[in-house]
Design a protein around this ligand. Structure first.
Ligand code: ATR
Length: 261
């Protein structure tokens, strides 16, 4: 019997996850299906129950359900605990295990793009769930500095209190000269950029936007104009977090270079 997987979120129409997982399944010859299911927050619990009753074996969870998934799972991995959010659920016979593969997805994507984090000065702009999920996986790579700058300083301070070895500020008080600048704000979705000084970029800086689209994001364009040497959007992170989820469910690691989705 074909094993059932899905991604739940609201909205979900534009999700590229079904195509990515279909490609992984084909490549690794796994007998599985992966669909997208539109689930408003107030129907999340019943949707999970229904999917489980239908024989579902695992789920990806996307916005705005990642915090609700964190609260709903019976057990959590340390990655999920540190992120405060769940993007992957593994269905065990008598419990739901919640994990988070977003952070490792970003780190693996940077590694595959030959962007080194060790001993480097790293800046994350933004302090919501997207930022929180990637902090510990970045710290595990031993950067020289990991700084969080956010429009609302209090939110950056909360992260500073939770994690060791990071620094935090408002956007206006952000230090300068970072080797890697990660945009974890939602600004590119509005085609704008955060109000932050242009001197954040070191000479050979890499700028990474967690948002992705058909063209370069507004943050990528702004970064190049202001001295970043190379930029990436978040599509690679999406593929990498998917590969990690696939591995958790199926025990096989797909190769990523076959993907053109
Ligand atoms: P959430 O509800 O998860 O906070 P969000 O409102 O889209 O989602 O904001 C995500 C991140 O983008 C936050 O860090 C937010 O900054 P604030 O904490 O100050 O709200 C940041 N953000 C959103 N719009 C922004 C803008 N125009 N300029 C700078 N940062 C912005």
């Amino acid at each position: 019997m074909t094993d059932l997987y899905a991604v739940m979120g609201d909205p979900i129409e534009h999700s590229r996850s079904p195509k990515i997982h279909a490609a992984f399944a084909k490549q690794t010859q796994q007998d599985m299906s992966y669909e997208k299911i539109h689930v408003p927050l107030d129907q999340f619990k019943s949707a999970i129950k229904k999917f489980r009753t239908a024989g579902g074996m695992g789920l990806n969870i996307t916005l705005p359900l990642k915090t609700a998934a964190f609260e709903l799972c019976d057990k959590l991995t340390s990655r999920a605990l540190q992120a405060g959010a769940v993007n992957t659920i593994i269905f065990h016979s008598n419990y739901l295990l919640g994990d988070n593969t977003d952070g490792i997805g970003l780190v693996n994507d940077l590694k595959h793009k030959d962007v080194t984090l060790k001993n480097k000065r790293i800046l994350i702009i933004g302090a919501s769930g997207a930022a929180r999920g990637v902090i510990q996986p970045i710290l595990d790579e031993s950067p020289d500095v990991l700084h969080i700058a956010n429009r609302t300083k209090r939110k950056a301070d909360i992260l500073y209190e939770q994690f060791q070895n990071i620094t935090a500020s408002s956007l206006s008080d952000c230090p300068e000269n970072f080797d890697v600048v990660i945009n974890a704000t939602s600004t590119s979705l509005q085609n704008t950029v955060p109000e932050i000084k242009k001197t954040i970029f070191e000479k050979n800086a890499c700028a990474y936007d967690m948002v992705y689209g058909d063209k370069q994001t507004s943050f990528q364009r702004w970064a190049i104009e202001n001295g970043a040497k190379k930029t990436f959007d978040g599509f690679g992170m999406l593929v990498e977090q998917a590969a990690e989820s696939f591995f958790l469910w199926r025990g096989v690691r797909p190769s990523l270079d076959v993907l053109q989705v």
